[in-house]
Design a protein around this ligand. Structure first.
Ligand code: HEC
Length: 177
């Protein structure tokens, strides 16, 4: 059974590594280097600065999410990486401080699509309250990490989460699945 699964995994990774081209599909560039050659994704066709900025912003949000989820894995789900908490919290704070820069004017979602609501720019002082509140909640979490109090860390982590959800409720439309 394990053997069959291994063979299957091997075959599928081979298929993934070979550039497959059906008619009309973009060629996948080969990335060559010390580990051999790999077929990469053909890349995006971003047509405007709005697309480029939006893509950057979404990747930054994912980085925010990855750091938050790593902290959650330790504090809430008890992964044994308590020593890493300070580093993750610093990274999260650093990303949070970039939020105002990421929301460049003219990069709201297209009407009836998903993304950043026009309210981000129509109600700047409200948006500011949210990103400042988010930064503050991370600062509070950092103090609890420094103090090493698990119950307080968990409580303050939930307050960080609260800031994500509150800002999303006002300013984000989720992608429909
Ligand atoms: C100050 C407001 C604000 C805060 C705080 C905030 N977000 Fe966001 N987030 C947004 C907005 C607006 C978008 C939509 C951006 C877009 O699509 O252009 C977004 C998008 C996202 C996305 C989707 C990215 C994608 O690829 O489409 C994720 C994931 C995300 N946020 C996670 C988080 C997490 C986790 C937190 C808290 C730890 C958080 N955000 C805090 C405003 C915020």
């Amino acid at each position: 059974m394990t053997f069959r699964v291994t063979i299957l995994t091997l075959c599928s990774s081979l298929i993934l590594a070979t550039p497959v081209l059906t008619q009309g599909e973009k060629p996948r560039p080969m990335v060559e280097g010390p580990h051999g050659a790999f077929a990469d994704s053909p890349g995006l066709n971003l047509k405007s600065n709005r697309d480029r900025i939006t893509r950057y912003r979404r990747q930054q949000m994912r980085a925010i999410s990855g750091n938050y989820r790593s902290i959650e894995a330790v504090i809430r789900y008890k992964a044994p990486f308590v020593d890493e908490l300070n580093g993750h919290a610093d990274a999260l704070l650093d990303l949070a401080r970039r939020i105002p820069k990421m929301f460049v004017k003219g990069t709201e979602m297209a009407p009836d699509k998903w993304g950043a609501k026009p309210a981000v720019w129509a109600e700047p002082s409200k948006f500011k309250l949210h990103y400042e509140g988010f930064e503050r909640s991370i600062g509070n979490l950092k103090s609890a990490i420094d103090a090493g109090d698990p119950a307080e860390m968990e409580r303050r982590l939930f307050l960080v989460r609260h800031e994500c959800l509150a800002c999303h409720k006002e300013f984000r439309v989720r992608r429909r699945r």
